[in-house]
Ligand binder design. Structure first.
Ligand SMILES: [Zn+2]
Length: 260
């Protein structure tokens, strides 16, 4: 699911303001009333803990502010008026020095969309910047609420099919992307797969990612992650291909269990 991205202008006017829910790390301004114990809010609190522990990040200082519109029309009208050049998507994250804001609306995929954009918020609350591909790859990884952790079944199936017909990864190309209108489904999918590989291949790949994120806490331009990855794992591209091609093993197993 490629629901969102980052843009760099401050929001103005017309925002949901009827109901506000607030805790230390999250503010939700909504057109509709949510209880403090709503499962979506508990889910985001747990997700925040999971992101910080998985990525070895410090507790954020700045809260993420979610603007939750009642419906798609109101949301789309607001986005169109404020950010007319953005491609239409179900949700957006807008990080500025003033606010870490998520815009979305109440719909069928609200949990996935909130998890995706909230992940951007948590990352930008603790890091100076995040390369676009990594920002989106991490958001795609953490938007998945089901088990196994981070498994996007659709992407895994697509990748298996594409690898079978000769597709090759290109992390350097992903690293060259600078704007969200260069990111479409294949880019989200490959970014997700690299993050899945880094986090789940082995301790070395995991450490490459967490060390890189540690650098991003103090500098916005640490250079490409691919250089560090190939220093630690010289055959990283081949390992990645094996990893990405074998993801469907788990998908098929889960599918069979569910059918019983
Ligand atoms: Zn995104």
């Amino acid at each position: 699911m490629n629901s969102g991205c980052r843009v760099a202008q401050p929001p103005i006017g017309g925002l949901p303001a009827k109901f506000t829910l607030e805790n230390e790390h999250l503010v939700i301004q909504s057109d509709i009333k949510l209880s403090r114990n709503h499962e979506l809010i508990r889910d985001l609190d747990q997700l925040r803990e999971q992101i910080l522990s998985t990525l070895d990040l410090p507790v954020q200082k700045q809260p993420v502010v979610v603007y939750l519109f009642a419906d798609e029309t109101r949301y789309a009208n607001y986005l169109q008026a404020r950010y007319p050049r953005l491609p239409p998507r179900r949700a957006y994250f807008v990080g500025t020095s003033r606010e870490l804001a998520v815009y979305t609306y109440w719909g069928d995929r609200i949990q996935e969309d909130l998890r995706h954009e909230f992940t951007h918020g948590v990352l930008h609350a603790t890091l100076k910047d995040v390369p676009l591909w990594l920002d989106e790859g991490l958001a795609e990884y953490f938007e998945v609420a089901s088990q196994p952790q981070g498994m996007n079944r659709e992407y895994a199936m697509n990748l298996a099919a594409e690898i079978a017909t000769g597709w090759k990864p290109n992390l350097d190309r992903l690293e060259s992307l600078e704007s969200v209108d260069q990111m479409y489904k294949p880019e989200y999918q490959e970014s997700w797969a690299w993050v899945h590989f880094l986090l789940q291949h082995n301790e070395d790949s995991h450490a490459v990612l967490t060390n890189y994120l540690r650098e991003l806490r103090t500098t916005s331009q640490p250079g490409p992650l691919s250089t560090r990855l190939r220093e630690v794992i010289p055959v990283a591209d081949r390992r990645f291909l094996n990893h990405a091609g074998s993801l469907t093993d788990g998908v098929v197993r889960v599918g069979r269990i569910e059918e019983k």
